[in-house]
Design a protein around this ligand. Structure first.
Ligand SMILES: [Cu+2]
Length: 344
């Protein structure tokens, strides 16, 4: 019963239940005390001389009292148990929500820099920018772009986010944070950071594309109509964020649309490929991000012959190359293997 009471304290509904039980008990006890009171006897006979109650009288009220108690207890439990049972899922859900809310609050503090007022601060914003909206850091003396985390759920699943935070990204400024990988944060702190990141992503990433909360997101190939088009393939091998694409020169046909396939073999790391206009500028065609291992294919509309720079917008300094668009350029036909492209 004590366990039940403790559990019930986690929701106001259950507290009401407990109060109801207590009221029932008090009413029962009051009723019994009242029933026990006897009317006063005639005053002038000493108590010892008074005729005692009959055996029947002695037995009856006592029995009734015991049976009354038993009935009261039975009624109490008959009401209490189903009510506690009915309230339990709600109580559990409410306390879980409360835990998540606290985790989000703590995560929000944790991304800010450490200070006396913010002892739990870790300082993700120092690289990922105010509000985690993206920033820059210095890496081996060069500026290095740091991705925003406000939309990371469009690129990474929960597991991948967790792995990234725990282990960092080798060869990039992203450090490992888990104490199991020479970092400074325990699992709870990392879970709180993730809770906050997932929370802010819900405002920025629509549910259909949100890999963190929607297991069905990102399973569709959103590349447009590529059926029957010649396929041009670009591979991002393991370590691509540092070493770049497998090919830095890729040929594609001029004067006809073609399908560009990005084959990302880099485990847990998102990449994309964007084609820039000749001479540079804003991308004129780009793929969705795809997290390795995985592939994404998208349709590129007719291009004039020439050289078009391409890059991964997530790793624009290291993952670059040139798309040589030529008349009858060397795109594999849809039937042949997409990976037999000329390497770099
Ligand atoms: Cu990339």
């Amino acid at each position: 019963l004590r366990g039940a009471v403790l559990l019930a304290l986690s929701s106001s509904q259950a507290i009401l239940l407990a109060l109801g039980g207590v009221v029932l008990l008090i009413a029962g006890i009051g009723g019994l005390l009242y029933a026990r009171r006897r009317p006063p006897e005639a005053p002038d006979i000493p108590p010892a001389m008074q005729p005692g109650p009959s055996d029947g009288d002695l037995e009856k009220p006592d029995l009734e009292r015991r049976i009354g108690w038993a009935a009261l207890l039975v009624i109490f439990f008959v009401l209490w148990i189903p009510m506690a049972w009915l309230a339990e899922p709600g109580a559990n859900l409410a306390s879980e929500r409360e835990l998540v809310d606290t985790a989000i609050e703590r995560g929000e503090l944790a991304i800010e820099p450490f200070s006396e007022e913010n002892p739990g601060g870790v300082g993700c914003v120092q690289c990922h920018g105010p509000g985690l909206q993206g920033g820059q850091t210095l890496f081996q003396g060069e500026p290095y772009p740091v991705p925003a985390l406000t939309n990371v759920c469009a690129r990474l699943t929960l597991d991948q986010i967790k792995t990234t935070i725990e282990q960092g990204r080798e060869g990039t400024p992203m450090p490992s944070w888990s104490i199991r990988f020479e970092g400074s944060l325990n699992d709870q702190q990392i879970n709180e950071l993730i809770a906050y990141i997932v929370h802010i992503n819900q405002e920025n990433v629509p549910f259909e594309q949100n890999l963190c909360i929607n297991p069905e997101a990102g399973q569709e190939d959103t590349g447009g109509d590529v059926e029957g088009l010649p396929v041009v393939s670009i591979v991002a091998p393991e370590g691509a964020s540092i070493d770049g694409f497998a090919e830095t020169e890729v040929t594609a046909p001029a004067g006809e649309p073609f399908a560009l396939e990005l084959d990302n073999q880099d485990p847990n790391i998102p990449h994309n490929v964007a084609i820039l206009p000749q001479g540079g500028g804003d991308p004129q065609a780009s793929s969705d991000n795809v997290t390795g291992p995985g592939a994404v294919t998208f349709r590129v509309e007719v291009l004039d012959a020439g050289t078009y720079p391409f890059l991964c917008t997530l790793h624009p300094t290291t993952m670059t190359g040139n798309l040589m668009v030529e008349q009858g350029g060397g795109a594999a036909s849809p039937e042949s293997s997409p990976t037999d492209e000329g390497g770099s």
